[in-house]
Design a binder for this molecule. Structure first.
Ligand code: DGP
Length: 115
């Protein structure tokens, strides 16, 4: 891997702590450090090779589908199965970590909370 490990790769590798709520062979999910909703989880592929959801969807749609499935399972567990799924894409859209991740938001959302 030519890039420096992302902050999320460091969480995958247990180099920095996180409140991990689920893990599979390919994915990890943990609580966002700056929650924007009563339930705010991040679902993240363990690989950092996809920088955003557009790359992921083009190159590995099965992995993207598994992210949606895990988001749904977590929403069942934490917020009654209903949730907002947000992929910020690009700096101007608020993306700060260029290792693709889905924000799973739920549990009494305000209109304005976009992750
Ligand atoms: P985005 O702005 O879409 O790139 O989302 C990045 C999210 O990652 C942001 O909501 C805050 C979260 N985040 C950044 N660093 C950490 C961290 O070290 N731990 C956890 N749990 N979340 C983090």
């Amino acid at each position: 891997m030519s890039e420096e490990p992302s902050i999320f790769t460091k969480i995958v590798n247990r180099e920095i702590p996180a409140d991990i709520v689920a893990e599979t062979d390919d994915l990890i999910a943990f609580r966002d450090i700056h929650p924007q909703a009563p339930v705010h989880l991040l679902v993240v592929p363990k690989t950092q090779q996809y920088h955003n959801v557009v790359e992921l969807a083009a190159r590995n749609p099965a992995l993207m589908a598994s992210m949606v499935a895990l988001a749904s399972q977590l929403a069942d567990r934490y917020c009654g199965g209903e949730f907002r799924l947000v992929f910020n894409t690009g700096e101007a859209a608020g993306q700060t970590v260029f290792h693709v991740h889905a924000h799973v938001l739920g549990g009494g959302l305000d209109e304005g909370s976009l992750g």
